[in-house]
Design a protein around this ligand. Structure first.
Ligand SMILES: Nc1ncnc2c1ncn2[C@@H]1O[C@H](COP(=O)(O)OP(=O)(O)OP(=O)(O)O)[C@@H](O)[C@H]1O
Ligand SMILES: [Mg+2]
Length: 218
């Protein structure tokens, strides 16, 4: 069953064409890498799938229903987007990791937060750190686990390993692999060779068009 399907999707704000005629489908449990030159439309494509932008034409389906048929917060919990430049909010790391529990009116699960922090090589004490005092790589990892405290069905990753040192990159890649093994479908924009190899297949967006793929690995 395809979990995400795009049918002739176009995005043309103010008469400029950013994306045109994008058609592809993603199977449940798939891991798709999205590559292509800067300005080609990769982030725009992920934002459309994430409902952060609305297509000018065409249709996007999630589990065989049109995006717009879902309540938006419910949709975004299932199809979760990780920004190219993630923002943290509040004052501490804890403020950020409490948030997913608060919006679901659930109690803060400290053990689970510790477990995820450990998975990205951060200590328990890290929770009390000020968001102004953490590095870019640490910020990226905190943002990522904020998205993963409640596993989505589809994870949209926008250049989440860019600018990370080799060690942080390995940690993040390992976390993404683990999440994929738990059954989460992944679409990952990346230029990184290791990221691309980790994916099951690759599609390329160039000048607003899908230029090749999807080539199934099965
Ligand atoms: N809301 C918008 N309105 C107008 N133009 C936009 C909008 N969003 C993006 N663009 C333009 O659309 C094009 C595609 O942008 P996008 O961010 O999707 O590219 P990208 O492939 O992710 O590039 P990069 O690899 O540099 O992140 C760019 O020319 C950008 O300036
Ligand atoms: Mg981008």
């Amino acid at each position: 069953m395809s979990i995400i399907e795009l049918e002739q999707v176009g995005f043309c704000p103010q008469q400029t064409t950013i994306l045109r005629d994008i058609t592809f489908s993603v199977e449940k449990g798939d891991y798709v890498a999205i590559s292509g030159p800067s300005g080609g439309g990769k982030s725009t494509l992920l934002k459309l799938i994430a409902t952060l932008l609305t297509p000018s034409s065409g249709k996007i389906y999630f589990e065989d229903k049109i995006q717009g048929e879902y309540p938006i917060t419910e949709y975004r919990r299932q199809v979760s987007y990780c920004f190219q430049q993630p923002q943290l909010f509040g004052e501490t790391v804890a403020d950020n990791l409490r948030f997913p529990f608060e919006i679901r009116q659930q109690e803060f699960d400290r053990e689970q937060v510790y477990r995820l922090l450990k998975q990205v090589d951060l200590s328990k004490q890290f929770l009390d750190k000020s968001i102004l005092e953490i590095s870019g790589g640490e910020r990226q990892r905190v943002a990522l686990i904020r998205n993963l405290l409640f596993l989505p069905k589809v994870l949209l990753l926008d250049e989440v390993t860019v600018g990370l040192d080799e060690e942080s990159k390995q940690i993040v890649q390992q976390l993404i692999r683990a999440v994929h093994q738990e059954g989460v479908t992944i679409l990952q924009v990346s230029h990184d060779e290791e990221d691309l190899q980790q994916a099951k297949r690759e599609i390329k967006i160039e000048g607003g068009r899908l230029v090749h793929g999807p080539i199934s690995s099965q």
